[in-house]
Design a protein around this ligand. Structure first.
Ligand code: B12
Ligand code: SF4
Length: 497
């Protein structure tokens, strides 16, 4: 019967199978939430977790899912969801239910910001809102012990035999230092990720105190508010020690860079100094570089110098728009173009590359602001420029289109599975296809220039690296457009030394 665990042995705990459900498109996610939760269960509870990754099985994912369920015999199947991938989640959940009667649990970003939507999927047995660590263990304990589900913050559950429990609140992990280091080998095809990307995803903090209107960090932050602060830091020394551990385990398997995924890594000055000092002391600065998200207003000459001598090779910063009003008032990222130019210059002088992120197609854009964005991108000449296409995740972002003569093409938005391509919005003098045309022009210019430099630098090495990369990727069922994109971002040393 759905909702009844098969493993009834008292102390052994339940077996959880996380399914990483990337069925097409962007294959870049070694999901951090799943990695954290699976490692947490294995290392701190009596329950056991495994990961079934569909990323490299897009052509035969149903067969792979069945094989993995047969092999791992889970008591619970769990999926992490974001809004764009809900179409995959629905298909996977339906298929998993055809294969197995065990409870199916959802969590993650979409389950937190839109729990009704996640819980409405008929095959879903339970949803956890917010941080998953403690709520997941509590859910599994109660499930195994046949106890009630009341009182677990953020847990919504359909009770076997009828009825449901919807607990108030959200899961919240205040102290990040109690989380164990990650067991990346839970990803059985880790070596493929290391081949295609050469990096592991790491975090020294969680959350972000800002409220940029295009970013759904604010949705998660809003849900978490009742429980505690969204922005939390780990011990900087503990974080550096964790990276040293990964370097020892994975450098010989292809790890070439740490991709630091703290939303604003350079937020806390003292923390950053302590981390950098420890990263250098452990001898990592000379052996493996890292790349990190930052914000222009959390960068200064001192910080850039500190980062440059501590192994940071690349900073990923949101420039968002070439128009100050769009960036500062519409997107609410209050950083002006002059400051951007100054920090960009300082970074270039100190040998730190930028990946600059831009957004095309947001509220109040005009053809003029599209051109301004492309012009600024050309002028800044970042090592990499990425032009995302606006997707209306937030209520505030949606509301901003009202009264502008623009809006959202709901059909296109419904069909979208990424922020990388595909217009879903329109303005007073432009439509979704206009956005795509400007995006094409933006890449033709900025990437064209980078491509010529790449060829000049690598010469025949370029083709001898590209051909096996593409061949292996296509053979693994990966989308050739993303392969092309990721080859030019991550292949080689990842940083363009
Ligand atoms: C790092 C990051 C990435 C990384 C890593 C993604 C990953 N899944 O690990 C990369 C670059 C690969 C990425 C990709 C994408 N991302 Co992203 N990403 C972020 C970022 C900056 C931080 C997220 C973070 O801190 N994670 C830390 C981990 C620990 O948190 P977590 O994943 O939420 O997991 C916790 C809980 O949610 C919960 N949980 C998670 N899963 C599960 C499952 C179960 C069963 C349970 C019980 C609990 C649970 O427990 C976890 C531990 O506490 C946020 C922005 C922000 N500031 O928050 C955007 C963000 C989450 N990303 C977003 C988007 C849209 C994407 C992409 C779709 C973009 C694209 N390619 O087009 C892809 C989706 C890939 C994917 N499979 O998730 C959106 C999501 C919006 C939405 N409403 O869904 C955000 C909010 C940014 C934005 N644009 O608004 N992303
Ligand atoms: S875009 Fe960056 S700074 Fe802005 S809210 Fe999102 S994570 Fe925070």
């Amino acid at each position: 019967m759905p909702g009844t665990p098969r493993n009834q042995e008292a102390r052994q705990g339940l077996r959880v199978l996380f399914v990483n459900g990337v069925l097409e498109g962007d294959f870049s996610a070694l999901d951090i939430g799943v990695s954290v939760l699976a490692s947490f269960l294995n290392q701190t509870s009596r329950h056991r977790a495994a990961i079934c990754d569909l990323t490299f099985h897009s052509r035969d994912w149903q067969r792979h899912l069945r094989r993995e369920i047969d092999r791992k015999q889970p008591d619970v199947i769990a999926l992490s969801c974001n809004t764009m991938y809900m179409k995959y989640v629905r298909r996977i959940v339906a298929e998993a239910r055809r294969i197995s009667p065990v409870p199916i649990l959802l969590g993650g970003h979409h389950a937190t910001v839109s729990p009704e939507d996640a819980f409405a999927i008929p095959e879903v047995s339970a949803v956890i809102r917010g941080d998953g660590e403690d709520a997941l263990v509590a859910y599994l304990d109660r499930l195994q012990d046949h106890a009630g589900f009341e009182g677990i913050p953020g847990l919504w559950v359909r009770v076997p035999g009828g009825g449901e429990v919807r607990n108030e609140g959200v899961g919240y992990t205040a102290d990040l230092d109690r989380l164990p280091w990650l067991d990346w080998d839970l990803w059985e095809e880790l070596d493929r990720y290391l081949y295609f990307f050469g990096m592991l995803y790491v975090q020294g903090s969680r959350g972000c105190p800002y409220q940029c209107t295009f970013c759904d960090a604010q949705g998660y932050a809003g849900a978490l508010k009742q429980a505690g602060r969204y922005f939390r830091l780990r011990s900087p020394e503990g974080f550096a020690a964790e990276l040293a551990h990964y370097h020892e385990l994975y450098a010989h398997r292809g790890l070439r860079m740490f991709q630091v995924f703290d939303p604003v890594f350079t937020m806390d000055d003292r923390w950053l100094e302590a981390f950098c000092a420890e990263y250098r002391r452990l001898g990592l600065a000379d052996r493996i570089r890292f790349s990190a998200f930052s914000r222009i207003d959390h960068l200064s000459e001192d910080k850039i110098r500190l980062l440059a001598r501590s192994g940071c090779g690349l900073l990923r910063v949101g420039i968002e728009s070439g128009d100050d009003r769009i960036r500062m008032e519409v997107f609410k990222k209050r950083i002006d173009s002059e400051r951007i130019r100054r920090i960009n210059r300082l970074a270039q002088e100190n040998g730190i590359h930028f990946t600059a992120f831009y957004i095309l197609g947001g509220p109040e854009e005009t053809r003029r602001t599209f051109r301004q964005t492309i012009r600024l991108a050309w002028e800044l000449d970042a090592a990499r420029s990425a032009f995302f296409v606006y997707k209306p995740f937030t209520q505030e972002g949606r509301a901003q289109f009202q009264g502008t003569g623009g809006g959202i093409d709901e059909q296109r938005y419904e069909a979208a599975n990424n922020i990388t391509w595909g217009g879903t919005t329109f303005g007073s003098d432009w439509g979704p296809r206009t956005v795509e045309a400007y995006q094409f022009a933006a890449y033709a210019l900025t990437f064209g220039r980078r491509w010529l430099r790449m060829i000049a630098r690598r010469r025949t090495g370029y083709l001898t690296a590209l051909l096996p990369y593409m061949t292996r990727g296509v053979a693994a069922g990966l989308d050739w457009r993303y392969l092309m994109m990721y080859f030019h971002i991550y292949e080689g040393d990842n940083i363009d030394r």
